[in-house]
Design a protein around this ligand. Structure first.
Ligand SMILES: [Fe+2]
Length: 326
C-alpha cells in the first residue's frame, strides 16, 4: 500500500466559516492564537496557523450559497483539502465530475460537494512544515532536559489544523463518499455511529470524524488545532478562559487518538479544540472498533465526573448538539 492518498490529499488546508456575528468570530480567532492575514473588509477575514493552514470567516448570507453555513446561521461553509500534485487535482475533477458538479475558480481550486451537500474544495496545499522545537521531558530513566527550565505558555499559537468532527444522521452512509470517492481510510470507529477517517495511510490518526448526531441534520461539531504539547494546551486554554470564553470540555485526554485536549465554545457555530500529542500512524495501524460509550470520550477530563463508570457533564448530556447553544 502506498503511504499517500491516491489524489495526494494530505490534510485540511483551510476551513471556511459563515457566521452571523462577524466581530465576535474575529475576536475569537484572534484570541485563539491565529494570525489575521487579510485586510479587514467588514464581511470577510482570513487567519493562519503557523504552518499556513487557514481559517476563512465570512458574514452569513443565507441567500448566497458561498456564504451559507450548514446546520444553522453560523457554522461550516466549506472544507478545503490540501493536495500536493496538479495531477491529483485533475484526477479529483474527473472522479467527482462523474456524478456531481465541479467548478474551478480563478485561483485553480476545485469546488464540489460531498453526498450530504457539505462544500468540498481541493487546492494545491499552501501549508508548509514549521520546524518545531521538540518538547524535552525528564523521564525517570532518560532525562532529556538538563540545566534548562521547561517552556511556559502565556497563550497558544496553533501550528496547524488537525481535524474536523462533523455531526451527521448516519456516519456509515456519510463516510462512503470519503472512503470510496476520495480514498480516505478508517483509523478507528464506533461501529457505524462514529468513524475516524484519515486522508492517507501515513500521517494523522484522523482528519475527519463523522459522528451520529442526536439532533437531526448535518453540522460541524468541532475543529481541532495542533499545539506543541500538553503545556500549550493548558496555557492556551487558561488564556482563553481568562478572556471570558467558555469551556465546552477539558482539559482532558482522549482515549481514541491519545490527544490531550481543551475545547471551547465559539461564536462560529461549533467548538474549537486545542490538541497535542495525537497518534500518528502508518499503514501498520490496526483499526479498532470501540463501543460508543460516554466514557470512551476521554481517559480523563477535568470538570467531568465519573460515576458508575459514566461521565456526567456537557459531553454526556449532549455531545453532538450544536455547541453554540450551550
Ligand atoms: Fe477532536
Amino acid at each position: 500500500m502506498s503511504q499517500a492518498n491516491r489524489f495526494s490529499i494530505h490534510g485540511i488546508d483551510r476551513v471556511k466559516f459563515a457566521v452571523d456575528d462577524f466581530a465576535q468570530a474575529l475576536q475569537f480567532a484572534n484570541d485563539w492564537g491565529l494570525t489575521q492575514i487579510s485586510v479587514q473588509t467588514g464581511d470577510r477575514a482570513v487567519f493562519q496557523a503557523q504552518d499556513g493552514s487557514e481559517i476563512e470567516i465570512v458574514l452569513t448570507d443565507m441567500n448566497n450559497p458561498e456564504r451559507r453555513p450548514i446546520g444553522g446561521t453560523s457554522g461550516l461553509c466549506e472544507m478545503v483539502w490540501g493536495v500536493s500534485s496538479p495531477e491529483g487535482l485533475k484526477a479529483l475533477a474527473l472522479e467527482l465530475g462523474r456524478d456531481r458538479e465541479v467548478r474551478w475558480d480563478e485561483q485553480g481550486s476545485l469546488h464540489s460537494v460531498d453526498d450530504l451537500g457539505i462544500g468540498q474544495c481541493f487546492r494545491m496545499s499552501q501549508r508548509h512544515k514549521v520546524p518545531a522545537e521538540p518538547t524535552r521531558y525528564n523521564s525517570p530513566s532518560q532525562p532529556d532536559r538538563i540545566n534548562r527550565r521547561a517552556a511556559r505558555y502565556e497563550a497558544a499559537c496553533p501550528f496547524e489544523i488537525s481535524h474536523a468532527a462533523i455531526g451527521v444522521d448516519d456516519a456509515g452512509e456519510a463516510s462512503k463518499f470519503y472512503i470510496e470517492r476520495l480514498g480516505f481510510i478508517i483509523s478507528d470507529r464506533y461501529a457505524n455511529r462514529g468513524i475516524f477517517l484519515r486522508c492517507a495511510p501515513a500521517g494523522n490518526h484522523h482528519h475527519l470524524f463523522l459522528m451520529n448526531s442526536r439532533v437531526p441534520g448535518t453540522r460541524l461539531n468541532h475543529l481541532a488545532f495542533k499545539v506543541r504539547d500538553i503545556h500549550e494546551v493548558i496555557g492556551g486554554g487558561q488564556a482563553l478562559d481568562a478572556k471570558g470564553w467558555r469551556t465546552f470540555a477539558g482539559p482532558g485526554r482522549h482515549t481514541v487518538s491519545s490527544a490531550c485536549f481543551w475545547y471551547f465554545v465559539t461564536p462560529l457555530g461549533c467548538s474549537w479544540e486545542y490538541a497535542a500529542d495525537e497518534d500518528i500512524v502508518t499503514e501498520d495501524w490496526e483499526t479498532t472498533d470501540f463501543a460508543a460509550t460516554a466514557e470512551i470520550f476521554s481517559e480523563w477530563t477535568f470538570g467531568l465526573e465519573k460515576s458508575d463508570g459514566r461521565l456526567r457533564g456537557p459531553i454526556s448530556l449532549s455531545k453532538e448538539a450544536p455547541l453554540g447553544n450551550h
